[in-house]
Design a protein around this ligand. Structure first.
Ligand SMILES: [Zn+2]
Length: 323
């Protein structure tokens, strides 16, 4: 059954904003040119976590003009003011893309994949940054996927269709897989959303049972790594908690888009949250857990090195990147 609720996000504004953030370099005629963003000078960062090592691996960065549509439930002036008081530009937003690697004994586990050569300019740098950090694609034995937006899964295959991580077993949340691989839902989706369904088919179709497995979020997916359901951003959006000794790291994926806006204002709905109410509840619960349990946090769209701490600030939270 396809309900209207499934497609609340099917507006033109959503479709163009989604395209802008995930796949397509949008520079329509007449759009002001805000210049190119600056990628991190060194595109990887290692952190110790107990006996494990974590490596943030930047896939690139995109600069998108900031429009009224970006935050669906706050006045634009307030959104711009929030950026201004942090000394940030108010006319555009720089959105980085950062998968994380967990080195646990002889295991090499990658969380999300970037774009490979399927994305906009200034993306597709994951393998180069991985090489700079000392890892080869065939070293990866497991890929964990948070959700099926193109910026998180496109990099599983290059444009020619070859698997980027040839030895890896790909683990995906069952709820997310079922949603995006549902042909009836794809047929009923608005035009602007069909690309998302097509991307899922492009990367997942043809994989064997050895290469792709689904799991129900809430349990262990690899030694020391537990999946946590965090639905709302997408129907099956899932986080990964990594524990070694007494230390914990939480990969929060797209729990918030850029934290300078949405950690400070967790009730604000970014245009990409498919179920804004559910995403908001999830965001507050997870942020509370991170603060209470003093976890290291990493976000896919957090400013590089994308690792840091979360503390409460006013009615929201603040992300502080590690030095
Ligand atoms: Zn994303």
């Amino acid at each position: 059954m396809i309900t209207r609720r499934d497609f609340l996000i099917g507006s033109t504004a959503f479709a163009s904003a989604y395209a802008a953030a995930t796949m397509m370099p949008l520079r329509a005629q007449g759009t002001p040119n805000f210049g190119m963003p600056t990628p991190p000078g060194v595109g990887f960062r290692r952190m110790k976590l107990g006996d494990f090592e974590l490596v943030a691996l930047n896939d690139g960065i995109m600069r998108r003009p900031l429009g009224e549509e970006f935050v669906r439930n706050a006045p634009f002036a307030q959104v711009q003011e929030t950026l201004r008081v942090q000394g940030l530009p108010t006319e555009y937003i720089d959105v980085p893309y950062t998968p994380f690697l967990v080195v646990a004994g002889n295991r090499r586990i990658l969380m999300d994949t970037g774009f490979s050569d399927n994305g906009p300019a200034m993306t597709g740098r994951l393998l180069a940054n991985m090489a700079a950090a000392g890892f080869k694609p065939e070293d990866i034995d497991t890929v964990l996927i948070s959700h099926y937006h193109g910026d998180h899964i496109s990099g599983l295959r290059n444009k020619a269709g070859q698997l980027t991580f040839p030895r890896a077993r790909i683990l995906v949340p069952s709820v997310e897989h079922a949603f995006w691989m549902d042909d009836e839902r794809m047929a009923a989706a608005p035009a602007g959303m069909k690309a998302g369904f097509a991307t899922a088919r492009r990367v997942f179709t043809g994989l064997t049972a050895d290469q792709l497995s689904t799991f129900t979020p809430g349990g262990e997916v690899a030694p020391g790594i537990t999946s946590i359901p965090a639905y709302g951003h997408t129907p099956g959006h899932t986080l990964y908690s990594v524990r070694s000794g007494s230390q914990r790291f939480l990969f929060v994926a797209d729990l918030t888009n850029v934290p300078q806006l949405f950690a400070r204002n967790p009730d604000w709905a970014v245009v990409f949250d498919m179920n804004a109410d559910q995403a908001r509840d999830t965001r507050r619960k997870v942020f509370d857990m991170i603060v209470k349990e003093n976890m290291l946090a990493g976000g896919y769209h957090f400013p590089f090195p994308a690792f840091g701490t979360i503390s409460t600030l006013g009615n929201g939270y603040e992300f502080k990147p590690v030095a």
